[in-house]
Write a protein that binds this ligand. Sequence first.
Ligand SMILES: Nc1ncnc2c1ncn2[C@@H]1O[C@H](COP(=O)(O)OP(=O)(O)OP(=O)(O)O)[C@@H](O)[C@H]1O
Ligand SMILES: [Mg+2]
Length: 277
Amino acid sequence: MSSKQQGFDISSLFQERARKKLSNFKNRILVVSGKGGVGKSFIASMLAIALAERGKSIALFDADVYGSSTPLILGLQGIRHYIDEEGEILPVEGPLGLKVVAINLMLDTPETPVVWRGPLASRAILELAARVKWGIGDYLIVDMPPGTGDIAITIAQLMPPETHAIVVTAPNILSEVIVAKAVNFTASMRIRLLGVVENMSYFKCPHCGRETSIMGKLSGELLASKYGTTLLAKIPLEPGVNKALDTGTPYLLLEKESETSRIIRELADKVIKLLEK
Ligand SMILES: Nc1ncnc2c1ncn2[C@@H]1O[C@H](COP(=O)(O)OP(=O)(O)OP(=O)(O)O)[C@@H](O)[C@H]1O
Ligand SMILES: [Mg+2]
């Protein structure tokens, strides 16, 4: 057998094993975007925490091979995945019992760059998903890599049927083409779109309370309705988000009563309503 054939077989074996394990979650949500830097990792992590606050058992899969950042957002950088006697990778336990799985938590140090070419990175993510002891749970939240390339396709393809997606966008890149790309990606992967989250939507002055659209005024509502979906939330540009990163405490647990935290919890409630009706 050629090495190419062998490689293909190993990948399909990983795919099959991963898909079976991931089907033990009642719901799966991919957090996607047409472009990087819009806040996918922040929203995926906060949605996971907000759902856990509602008593749901949650796993968070950081599938962004080159830009894994959920460990930093959740204050887990110093921790590493443990591999048991059977060779299965145990998720790291995050706040509120979150099961966190991330390539970054497998590397020697968080600063180690991942320098794999596309096919190797796709294989690595498949192998990781297949070797994790996921257990069972209510929700699997997947922080997807930016865009709609190779790795995003690999992850979307390994999801069992009945997987949903949330498209995150920000007003500075609320271009129709970019949102359309993300929406079309989910459709082509037969993944059901729950809706759009517009992040960094506006800035509310902490002194006078006035809202300013810093990054542009293109309407997320309009774009969402154009693509036959709904705007699930408008999340403000919030200085506390980066303060939370500095303290190593997840934003939702640090700024419990803020407007942004309230909006994130409302998003979690909407998701529960849509998926558990
Ligand atoms: N609502 C917000 N207010 C303020 N800062 C935010 C907000 N959302 C995200 N950020 C910050 O913006 C930056 C990008 O966010 P994040 O890493 O979540 O984006 P991403 O879409 O996952 O990026 P990438 O495509 O690189 O993975 C981070 O520094 C994050 O802390
Ligand atoms: Mg990210």
